[in-house]
Design a protein around this ligand. Structure first.
Ligand code: NAP
Ligand code: MG
Length: 510
């Protein structure tokens, strides 16, 4: 996803950077599901462990919800929706409540960032600089929009009135991934609640803790019980139950393309609920031979593939570079990669933390293996590091000599692994860029205005950034072409449209 803050300034906070390692020891976690305004155990009484990827240690155990808990949460969300405690509240009242929530998230951002880092493995300073401001901005933006959206009166004959109005869709189920847990949660919750809907969220099993702390803040903000619910647990059980639930009116999913497909099936086999999918990517970063200063470009390329350990859906994982400047660019990139140190996520200055879990680390290492087998030339990285910590760390890795047919150029690795592919002409660059089942994002570096226009139009992707990576904020839509997305766009008024129904009302006048 595009975090606007990744290339912007640090999160404005009045307090100095605390000793996060010391703070971590005193943290108390919420570990139960949040249903109808209360923290509750799973009906079955089961729990699962959540791990700190930086150490491999168990942080705590969390309630393992299944279809029974989902039934209770959906019933609570439906009752809240139907009695209008939120859905029929005056827009300015909903606005105030969401603004209070945004303010509470902002006030608690250091704690939330720490929770995020412990649960996900990302550098806490990244969470402070990017995830938290993004979540706050999302909530604020949608809160402010609530009482500024007008419906329409259509141009009819004078004895008719025709209104085109937007109404909340009802109960929204949201199933989300582990890479930006709170930022993505806010991206769902902001427009969903702004629209007057109720929501049941299923966070990724690896990163549940920030959603539960957020739930406390939802209650503190005065958002009525039943409007916001969190069912904790696994995708195949709790996630599937939400996807198939007859009283869920819309299912908004962010995650892998593989799992996204299931939600279309769940919908088809249940109540034809609306399905919105934000999926994976294999985004190209294209560097033309007309560029002059390489330094700002290598900095952007590094952010593109290394930020968030490469666990970023819009990661620029394929570097398409004109053959004339490849050697120079690669040399500068190798030098710059050295400034991206892998380290303890809680220590100031760490730029790359741990990847989410051991299984995922091994998956990334498997891709590195395949790159070597298929003839890629490993020019840096390629190994697990900091094994002595018990955590799951991978060095920044570059493969040169890649062609677009290799596995590492086709599949989403979701790690700090960059594939370098050369091209000779603009046409060839466009052809390689589009030769992928994905279409989430792309970056283009050029000094030529004609090339900038031509290539940005020709690329089949939801976001194309010229001479930058990841410039996005709440005012612009975000989503994917092809197998990177389905059914809508996040952010901006487009997100609001996703969670509302359009109704036409005809009135014959006497
Ligand atoms: P994932 O494996 O697809 O999981 C996402 C969510 O789906 C999790 O909550 C997961 O639960 C649940 N799930 C898994 N199997 C399920 C099933 N059979 N039925 C219902 N729910 C199921 O994705 P991830 O590994 O968490 O995240 C990485 C992926 O997300 C990447 O492909 C990335 O590109 C994509 N992503 C896309 C965007 C975007 O905006 N386009 C943003 C961020 C990430 P568990 O907890 O059990 O796994
Ligand atoms: Mg975890």
């Amino acid at each position: 996803m595009l975090l606007g803050a990744t290339t912007g300034g640090r999160f404005m906070t009045n307090t100095a950077r605390p000793d996060f390692a010391a703070l971590a020891k005193s943290l108390k976690f919420r570990t139960q599901a949040f249903i109808n305004g209360e923290f509750v155990d799973a009906v079955g009484g089961e729990e699962f462990e959540t791990i700190n990827p930086a150490t491999g240690e168990v942080i705590t155990k969390i309630a393992e919800c299944d279809a029974r808990d989902v039934d209770i949460a959906v019933a609570a969300a439906k009752a809240a929706f139907e009695d209008g405690r939120w859905s029929k509240l005056a827009p300015k009242e909903r606005k105030r409540a969401l603004q209070r929530l945004a303010a509470l998230v902002e006030q608690n951002s250091q704690e939330l960032a720490l929770i995020e880092s412990l649960d996900n493995g990302k550098p806490v300073d990244d969470a402070i600089a990017a995830d938290l401001p993004d979540a706050v901005e999302t909530l604020k933006w949608h809160a402010e929009a609530i009482d500024k959206l007008y419906d329409q009166v259509s141009p009819t004959a004078s004895d008719l009135v025709s209104l085109v109005v937007r109404e909340p869709i009802g109960v929204v189920g949201a199933v989300i991934p582990w890479n930006f847990p709170l930022a993505i949660l806010a991206m769902k919750v902001g427009p969903v609640l702004a629209g007057g809907n109720s929501v049941v969220i299923k966070p990724a099993e690896q990163t549940t803790l920030s959603a539960l702390r957020f739930a406390e803040l939802v209650a503190e903000a005065g958002i009525p019980a039943g409007v916001f619910n969190v069912v904790t647990g696994f995708g195949e059980t709790a996630g599937q139950a939400l996807g198939r639930h007859p009283d869920v009116d819309c299912l908004s999913f962010t995650g892998s393309t593989e799992v996204g497909r299931y939600f279309l099936k769940y919908s088809a086999e249940s109540n034809l609920k609306r399905v919105i999918l934000e999926l994976g990517g294999k985004s190209p970063a294209i560097v033309m031979d007309d560029v002059d200063d390489l330094q700002p470009i290598v900095e952007q390329l590094a952010i593109g593939i290394l930020f968030s350990q490469g666990e970023n859906c819009s990661a620029g994982s394929r570097l398409l570079v004109h053959e004339k400047i490849k050697d120079r660019l690669l040399e500068a990139l190798l030098e710059h990669f050295k400034t991206w140190n892998v380290g303890d996520p809680l220590v100031e200055g760490t730029r790359i933390g741990a990847v989410i879990e051991e299984k995922h680390m091994n998956r990334i290492l498997g891709y590195i293996e395949s790159g070597l087998k298929e003839g890629g030339r490993l020019v840096c990285g390629g190994k697990r590091v900091r094994e002595e910590t018990g955590g799951f760390y991978i060095e920044p890795t570059i493969f040169d000599g890649v062609n677009n047919a290799m596995t590492i150029a086709r599949e989403e690795i979701f790690g700090p692994v960059l594939s370098v592919i050369t091209f000779k002409t603009v046409e060839e660059a466009i052809q390689i860029a589009n030769d992928t089942p994905y279409g989430l994002a792309a970056s283009l570096y050029t000094n030529n205005l004609h090339v900038a226009h031509k290539v940005s139009r020709a690329i089949r992707a939801g976001t194309v950034s010229v001479n930058c990576f990841s410039e996005g904020d709440q005012s612009v839509p975000f989503g994917g072409f092809k197998q990177s997305g389905f059914g809508g766009r996040e952010k901006s008024f487009h997100a609001h449209d996703q969670y509302t129904e359009v109704k036409t009302i005809w009135m014959q006048l006497k």
